[in-house]
Design a protein around this ligand. Structure first.
Ligand code: NAD
Length: 516
């Protein structure tokens, strides 16, 4: 095994950056052994208010600095993230228990989306002329004003890359960020932040607070100028209500119960290999992970056999190298959640095709990737998000049946279709009710396309991150109209009377030549 670059001294120096005035700490465990990795300081509601006040001041200068300066700093941050990848990979693995491959996806993704936002911000957010209400008499421009301080609340599962998806566009748009990190994942976020600070982002512009969601998260929701939340649908609903009461904007990236359709024209071996990754990368603890597989009867036997083989041959582990295929569940709570869904399903008649047991021989919270058949609506696992290690397999007789079943969910985050025909894939994709649809990949196509919006329909969320849409969240459009002085708008009855016919003529001409 390679030498670890992370150390207790490094953990302490990183956690010094948490805005926490008290001396309270909480132990954070590493999933590979279940032992305490480090002690994380806890912030209070007062710390949130202090961080927001300082961020407000820092934001004024950052907004004035302009697009070119922000681009320079963010591109430098991109370089530092890649240069420091070994440390970031170690921290992600130590905190989450995922494999090096999935940690690499996080780091590489964070760098890529930093590059995208650095380079796209000016193009998306620079002021523009728009057609004015009365040509010649008026000119109209739209400028985009940064909202101020964005409150970013992130979960534990993809701590680094999910943080970057909200923090980086906020910075690129000229906002400041106060981020409430989950305890698990805070080290990775702090190390990522350090790269940005070293690249030139002012310290107060991106503050990190930690602590209970019910205290620290709520305090942030009460004062931020815009809220980016990633987490469960239940918490997202609560945050959306609070933001609504305050009339501030919010983007809510929530849960999913993501379907995969396997059509009758696939290569079953390849489809099974891709399905295994789509379901069990990060042990299924990713919002876009596949939890429902609808396989066409014509290929069901070959696909299922290949899927079982693939999962049973896969190497479980969390060593700090590329030697493992699948990692650990992230915590004892996650293990309990998986076991509860499995126990309920088995009690109500589901059958385990493969897996279905803890792997304490590898580590305390490891679980063998599990595929169930015979899942029915009475079971929790049927419609509720498990968020770990279990996929349910259903056999269908047609494309239409698969689409109907895939769409029969309160969620609409991610969906996938595997097929031998791209045309057919596009047709099915158009019929699926999800904010992200992938053809011949489980989720990585859309998840890695940082120039395109990512987010959910139905109970999976409100708003989109990534792409121009992700940047536009952080600005208020301001429309500025100015009289040219060439003519005046009518003010008296006589002036209206004189202008009525010319204006009507203008309207018909513009409509005739299809001018907006
Ligand atoms: P969670 O809702 O319990 O917690 C998420 C974050 O919100 C944590 O930092 C938590 O401390 C904080 N929080 C909790 N209560 C709060 C409150 N009242 N006010 C403010 N903040 C509060 O979610 P989780 O269990 O940590 O994460 C798993 C969930 O996140 C899954 O449902 C998963 O699908 C979802 N998720 C969605 C996306 C996406 O992009 N759509 C990405 C990753 C995870």
């Amino acid at each position: 095994m390679r030498a670890m670059t992370a150390s207790p001294e490094l953990f302490a120096s990183l956690t010094d950056d948490v805005v926490a005035s008290g001396s309270d700490t909480v132990p954070v465990a590493t999933p590979s052994t279940g032992e305490t990795l480090h002690e994380l300081p806890r912030s209070s509601a007062g710390d949130v208010h202090d961080a927001v006040a300082r961020a407000r001041l820092a934001q004024l200068a950052w907004a004035r600095a302009g697009f070119a300066e922000r681009r320079r700093v963010l591109l430098r941050a991109h370089d530092l993230v890649l240069e420091r990848r070994e440390l970031l990979l170690d921290l992600i693995q130590l905190e989450s228990g995922k494999t090096r491959g999935q940690a690499f996806e996080e780091v590489f993704g964070a760098a890529s989306l930093t590059r995208y936002n650095a380079l796209a911000a000016r193009r998306v957010l620079r002021g523009r002329r728009r057609r004015s209400g009365v040509p010649v008499v008026l000119t109209t421009r739209v400028r985009y004003r940064p909202r101020g301080v964005a409150g970013v609340i992130t979960p534990w599962n993809y701590a680094l890359s999910l943080a970057a998806m909200d923090v980086v566009p906020a910075l690129a748009a000229g906002c400041a960020v106060v981020q409430k990190a989950d305890d698990q994942g805070a080290l990775s976020i702090l190390a990522l932040r350090r790269a940005f600070i070293d690249a030139g982002v002012p310290e107060a512009l991106w503050a990190v607070v930690t602590g209970e969601g019910s205290e620290v998260g709520e305090a942030l929701t009460d004062v931020a100028d815009y809220i980016c939340f990633t987490g469960s649908t239940a918490t997202g609903r609560r945050i959306g209500e609070k933001a609504g009461r305050r009339l501030v904007g919010a983007s809510l990236e929530l849960g999913g119960k993501n379907p995969l359709i396997v059509l009758d024209d696939v290569d079953p071996e390849q489809a099974a290999t891709d399905a295994a990754y789509a379901c069990f990368a990060a042990m299924g603890q990713l919002c876009v992970s596949i939890e429902r597989i609808y396989v066409h009867r014509a290929v069901a036997r070959a696909f299922t056999r290949a899927l079982i083989d693939r999962l049973e041959q896969a190497k479980l582990g969390s060593s700090l190298d590329y030697g493992s295929d699948f990692g650990s569940l992230a915590s004892a709570a996650q293990l309990a959640r998986v076991e509860a869904h499995l126990g309920d399903a088995l009690a109500l008649g589901a059958t385990v095709l493969t897996g279905g047991r803890p792997r304490t021989d590898v580590g305390p919270w490891f679980f063998q990737p599990t595929v169930l058949i015979g899942v029915t609506p009475s079971m929790h696992v049927y419609a509720e998000e498990t968020f770990g290690a279990i996929a349910s397999l259903y056999i269908v007789d047609s494309e239409e049946e698969a689409i109907l079943a895939a769409n029969a969910s309160e969620y609409g985050l991610n969906a996938a279709v595997f097929t031998g025909s791209t045309r057919r894939g596009q047709r099915v994709a158009n019929a699926l009710e999800a904010g992200n649809v992938n053809i011949n990949e489980g989720y990585r196509g859309s998840y890695s396309s940082f120039a395109a919006p990512m987010g959910g329909m139905k109970q999976s969320g409100v708003g989109r991150r990534n792409g121009p849409e992700g940047l536009l969240r952080f600005v208020e459009p301001v429309t500025i109209s100015a009289m040219t002085g060439v003519l005046q708008l009518p003010r008296t009855g006589r002036e209206f009377g004189a202008l009525e016919q010319p204006l009507l003529l203008l309207a018909w001409v513009l409509r005739g030549i299809r001018r907006r």
